[in-house]
Structures are given as structure tokens and as C-alpha cells.
Design a protein around this ligand. Structure first.
Ligand SMILES: [Zn+2]
Length: 160
């Protein structure tokens, strides 16, 4: 499932990419452009804008009107409505910054690119094949994992 997100959904975009979902996002894209991209590439349009959501529906574009400003509520809504699941490891993630593919790289390949303390403390490194940003399974990923576990918990308790 691929998405096109409006400019208000930058944070959600990063979260979805981290979970491996391909998301078109551009701060400068206007409504027309978003609708075009969604239709042309078969993407589900994600928007906070009721007018845009109505327009998309009329055009027959699949759209989700995102109800909340809270990232957790947003992820829960998409899980409920579209059955999304959120990955807990970097291996299947897309780059949150640019939507590029992330590949595992060796320690020596990133030795010049990450702080020495990080290099010493971690064994697994990943790099975006598009923008070159380096990722590792450290505290950031652990906090993502915690949040995902919390979201999964909320969803399953509300389904009872
Ligand atoms: Zn990237």
C-alpha cells in the first residue's frame, strides 16, 4: 500500500516510512499535485483537510481523512481503517527523510560517518541508498519500539 500525504502530515510520513510504507510527501505540493500523484501512482491520499478529502472522493481516489493531530491516534486510525502494521526493525524501513531504500552496511563503511561512541556501541548499521543518511539500532529505534508496542496495546484493548 502506497500513500501520498499532505503537508500537515510530516510526522506521520516519517513514521510510515520507518514502517516500510512508501509515502509521497512534499511541503510545496498543492492540492492539485497531491491528487494527481495519488491518482497517477495509485496512492492512498492521507489528509487533514476535509475539502481535499471530499474532492478526492468525487474523483474516485482512495482517501483517508486523518482525524487527530496526535501521532499515536493517527497511527491507530490507519491501523483500524487500513489494517497497517508497524515494523519494529530497521531492516524493512524506508528512509524517513527521503523515502529511499535503506540497506545494511558494514561498520567500516560508516566509520567516518558516525560519532566514535556510536560506532563502538553498535554492530548493525544501515544507510539510505538515496540520500546517504546512516541509521543504527540504538536508543532511537528502541523508543520507536516502545511506542509501537504501546500503540498495538491500545488498539487491541479497544477492540475487545
Ligand atoms: Zn534518505
Amino acid at each position: 500500500m502506497h500513500f501520498a500525504a499532505d503537508a500537515m502530515l510530516g510526522k506521520l510520513t516519517r513514521w510510515l516510512r520507518l514502517s516500510g510504507y512508501d509515502v509521497y510527501y512534499s511541503r510545496s505540493a498543492d492540492d492539485e499535485e497531491l491528487l494527481n500523484v495519488a491518482q497517477r501512482e495509485g496512492r492512498v491520499l492521507l489528509t487533514r483537510d476535509t475539502t481535499l478529502a471530499e474532492k478526492a472522493k468525487k474523483l474516485g481516489t482512495k482517501v483517508v481523512l486523518v482525524e487527530s493531530n496526535s501521532i499515536e491516534e493517527q497511527l491507530i486510525q490507519l491501523r483500524r481503517e487500513l489494517g497497517l502494521s508497524y515494523e519494529k526493525t530497521p531492516a524493512k524501513a524506508l528512509c524517513p527523510e527521503c523515502n529511499g531504500e535503506i540497506v545494511e552496511v558494514s561498520k567500516s563503511e560508516v566509520s567516518e560517518l558516525v560519532p566514535p561512541g556510536v560506532l563502538e556501541a553498535h554492530e548493525e548499521f544501515y544507510r539510505c541508498s538515496q540520500c546517504g543518511k546512516v541509521y543504527w539500532y540504538g536508543s532511537h529505534w528502541r523508543s520507536i519500539t516502545k511506542r509501537v508496542v504501546r500503540i498495538e496495546g491500545k488498539v487491541s484493548s479497544s477492540e475487545k
